[in-house]
Write a protein that binds this ligand. Structure first.
Ligand SMILES: [Zn+2]
Length: 86
């Protein structure tokens, strides 16, 4: 019987891109990690999104490098404009 090696996969919460997780080995401990160039985004707004007082929010636990970079640049640029530095 062949060894079945199942590598967990990670998928981007925004665009759905799916890749294998990174295997990290420390001594005899093996664990699967999110690739280093992946990111995440968590923003809590101030507007109420529902009648229960829940706020507008963006919550992406896993973002591929492309989406993570786009999200960071978009947020940084809009916040800069809002500060009045543009
Ligand atoms: Zn993505």
């Amino acid at each position: 019987m062949a060894d079945v090696n199942i590598t967990p996969r990670i998928s981007c919460d925004n665009c759905g891109l799916t890749v294998d997780k990174h295997l990290e080995q420390l001594g005899t401990n093996k664990s699967f990690k999110k690739p280093r160039d992946w990111g995440s985004l968590k923003i809590e707004g101030s507007r109420s999104a529902d009648s229960y007082g829940g706020k507008d929010r963006l919550d992406f636990t896993d973002l591929c490098p492309k989406c993570a970079t786009a999200a960071l640049e978009a947020a940084a640029s809009v916040l800069k404009t809002t500060r009045g530095e543009e």
